[in-house]
Design a protein around this ligand. Sequence first.
Ligand SMILES: Nc1ncnc2c1ncn2[C@@H]1O[C@H](COP(=O)(O)OP(=O)(O)OP(=O)(O)O)[C@@H](O)[C@H]1O
Ligand SMILES: O=P(O)(O)OC[C@H]1O[C@H](OP(=O)(O)OP(=O)(O)O)[C@H](O)[C@@H]1O
Ligand SMILES: O=C(O)c1cccnc1
Length: 489
Amino acid sequence: MTNQKKPSRNLTMLTDFYEITMSNGYFSNGYRDTVVYFDMFFRHIPDDGGFAIMAGVQQLIDYIKDLEFTDDDIAYLESTHMFQKEFLEYLRNFQFACDVWAIPEGTPIFPGEPIVTVRGPVIQAQLIETMLLLTINHQSMIATKANRIVRAAQGRAVMEFGSRRAQGADGAIYGARAAYIGGCCGTACTICAPDFGVPALGTMAHSWVQLFDSELDAFRAYAREYPSNCTLLVDTFNVLKSGVPNAIKVFQEELLPRGYRPAGIRIDSGDITYLSRKARKMLDEAGFPDCKICASNSLDEYIIRDMLMQGAKVDSFGVGERLITSGSEPVFGGVYKLAGVEDANGNIIPKIKISENVAKITTPCFKGLWRLFDRDTGKAIADVVTLHDEVIDDSQPYEIFDPEHIWKRKMVTNFRAVKLRKKIFEHGQCIAEERTLEEIKRYCAEQVDTLWEEVTRFENPHQYYVDLSPALWDIKNRMIEENTALSQR
Ligand SMILES: Nc1ncnc2c1ncn2[C@@H]1O[C@H](COP(=O)(O)OP(=O)(O)OP(=O)(O)O)[C@@H](O)[C@H]1O
Ligand SMILES: O=P(O)(O)OC[C@H]1O[C@H](OP(=O)(O)OP(=O)(O)O)[C@H](O)[C@@H]1O
Ligand SMILES: O=C(O)c1cccnc1
């Protein structure tokens, strides 16, 4: 199974209206065929983490492949009386012709690096901004959050339970996809199984227990229905006085005689540490040391970490609202900025955006992006943003320096330099390598493993180096100086 289902809706018009008004203006001002370079990058890692996880590229690909203005779309635009006829004809015959580079899904990403670059006619590059940012911001945010939660669980399974609290259907579906990339073992969101190959899983609701005449009846009925995968929700009435004793009774009377072992119990309220420890003891004493304990109830990475530090006996976690909404920081602020424009001779004229806030000054030029890995440890040392045609020769020592504090320098030796981005569209044709979601998830785990613990810790993580090559740094600084001089005149 591939990792993608084609979208059933035409989302071409899911673009900010100003993209269309600007494009119409580019068209009438002679910029119709002007080739530009746009970069997507982000400035801040949610939850003050040390890294984020790239996700959502496949949905960008789907969107671009299906770009098409329907007759209804054109009729609507015409009805606004804001667009010239020739421009609407251009849209009617729209053929995507850009090159697009993106960091593969599942890769750890850092602020300030061009995670996506689009090169092509300005009208086209502008038009896709909204969906490009929407899909990558959303899924990267959820994959990043999921990865934090999964790391807090220290090898225990984390199930994504959030559909009911997601912000809309797409939030649930693509959120579950991203959560799987980030490391969740599956989702309660059933549609993600046939559509993306994310395992659908789950336990039971309180309504099941409430519906029957008694908790015992409810457990018995479930055990008879699903003897090979029997996880019972034990907190409807009283976990230790009723839920766990009834579960043990049912395991003994319904499962063992038929040759089955229990799968687990789920605790969804109260002090999970206390209850799970007591429940563990009761299950062990009853001869069910293999019966897993699942915990849920407004969990996040901090609560999970604390519970485990307190000695909770939990084998798996079900996490909903705080994962699917990235509740602690529900915005991934990726932006899309113009970095260059080609002149009539095909020379790339770098473009910069200056800001009072240094962090908001953009990095001009058509760029390349490299990650340097230590050859002995396999660990990532730094990322280097270069000019697009620069090559980092990893047979030679390479000096990296902090672009804001240039006296901070480090000579890197014995490293492997890897180009981080892959070309996914060439002259409008998709050339992206197909990967299953399973492959992306595995790759994500491997790549997170290449980060030092200093970068992955939750509190005050070390800021991973994202440096500029000397050539790129020179151009950027010259442009800042020129612009500053101009504005002082
Ligand atoms: N040992 C623990 N350490 C830290 N947080 C915990 C621990 N046990 C549970 N929690 C968290 O504390 C919160 C408890 O929520 P709340 O006060 O609503 O209690 P509750 O058990 O859900 O109540 P209710 O009976 O209404 O379901 C949840 O977010 C839960 O995950
Ligand atoms: O707390 P979250 O992290 O969002 O995890 C999902 C929650 O959704 C369910 O509760 P709900 O009360 O909606 O239904 P239920 O009767 O199935 O428990 C489940 O029991 C969890 O508590
Ligand atoms: O299967 C479950 O246990 C489940 C599914 C959705 C939300 N909460 C729990």
